[in-house]
Design a protein around this ligand. Structure first.
Ligand code: G3H
Ligand code: 13P
Ligand code: ZN
Length: 316
């Protein structure tokens, strides 16, 4: 059942975070739904601009609708991840999305407000909610990367003004994470002090944490043992998710860790069976492993076991 993102946030706020997972293909889609059913968790399925271009945006919509039929017990919202203004408007018009993210964080503060407000006006007219971003993440991925030197944590004072002026429904804050598999060097970690200050100024307002993959070291070791070269990969400690949730983080974005599962499964499959050329055997393993990975993440987020309570709330 596709529900509104705000309904999910209302239930989760201050208690747990909803996992927001990116999908690109059918194997990820099947594994995501299975993992959320297995762990009895509501979730957000995220479609990025890059994913919409990878095959065709219609393919992503069709896969999501099909999964909704295959897993009738699933409760989830559909979200555009890291949209520009044009993509946001396209998603708003499509009528398929529960929420969109306008990422104008690379613009000036004033421009970010102006762009976000235009998207908010269009989205709210159709009952769709909007996530905006303030601050800069130090990133390494294409499309969303900003140089490490330019990385800037969200200013709590600015956050309050930004939310008031733009009318956005949730805010992605820069609290020390970055996208991709190489987030931290040395003993860097999450800036809970920044989160605490933002929550004080915006009590009850849903915050979003991007770049939340953990980059498990055992996963990296298995990938490297099967021919990968991921030296220095490091991520967020998943045991910190619940503390972040108590400070107002209601949506936690995870993509890279899923890509690592894909990479490990396929590298190991072709290493152990070099004569195989069939896509289905590793695909089958991946769907199972992906479901296991999603269920384990939902435990860390605290969303596991919340499905029935959320269903009751949305069915009222
Ligand atoms: O934060 C970005 C997500 O990981 C999506 O990545 O733009 O390569 O689809 P993508
Ligand atoms: P990761 O690269 O840490 O998985 O972050 C994903 C993300 O923020 C998607 O918007
Ligand atoms: Zn992101």
């Amino acid at each position: 059942m596709i529900v509104s993102t705000q309904q999910l946030f209302k239930h989760a706020y201050g208690k747990y975070a909803i996992g927001a997972y990116n999908i690109n293909n059918l194997e990820q889609t099947m594994g995501l739904f299975q993992g959320c059913i297995d762990s009895k968790a509501p979730f957000i399925i995220q479609l990025s601009k890059g994913a919409r271009q990878y095959t065709n945006k219609k393919m992503l919509e069709a896969m999501t609708r099909a999964a909704d039929e295959i897993f009738p017990d699933a409760v989830f919202a559909v979200h555009l991840d890291h949209g520009d203004e044009e993509t946001c408007m396209d998603c708003i018009k499509s009528g398929f999305y529960s929420s969109v993210m306008i990422d104008a964080s690379a613009e000036s503060f004033e421009q970010n407000i102006a762009i976000t407000k235009r998207v908010v006006d269009a989205a709210h007219a159709r009952g769709i909610s909007v996530e905006a971003e303030l601050g800069k993440l130090g990133g390494v991925e294409e499309h969303v990367s900003v140089s490490e030197a330019d990385a800037k944590l969200t200013d709590p004072l600015q956050a309050e003004e930004f939310v008031k002026k733009s009318g956005c429904d949730s805010l992605a804050c820069a609290i020390g994470t970055s996208h991709g598999a190489f987030k931290f060097t040395g003993s860097q970690g999450l800036h809970f002090d920044v989160l605490e200050n933002i929550q004080k100024r915006l009590p009850g307002f849903p915050l979003v944490m991007h770049g939340s993959s953990s980059v498990p070291q055992d996963e990296v070791e298995r990938i490297n043992a099967a021919g990968g070269q991921l030296g220095g990969a490091k991520g967020v400690n998943a045991d910190e998710f619940k503390r972040a949730a108590q400070l107002g983080v209601t949506k936690i974005n995870i993509d890279t860790d899923g890509r690592l599962v894909w990479c490990r499964v396929h590298r190991e499959a072709f290493k152990t069976d070099p004569k195989n050329f069939d896509l289905r055997p590793p695909g089958k393993v991946f769907m199972k492993e992906y479901a296991k990975f999603i269920a384990a993440k939902n435990e860390k987020l605290g969303s596991a076991g919340q499905l029935e309570a959320v269903r009751k709330l949305v069915s009222k």
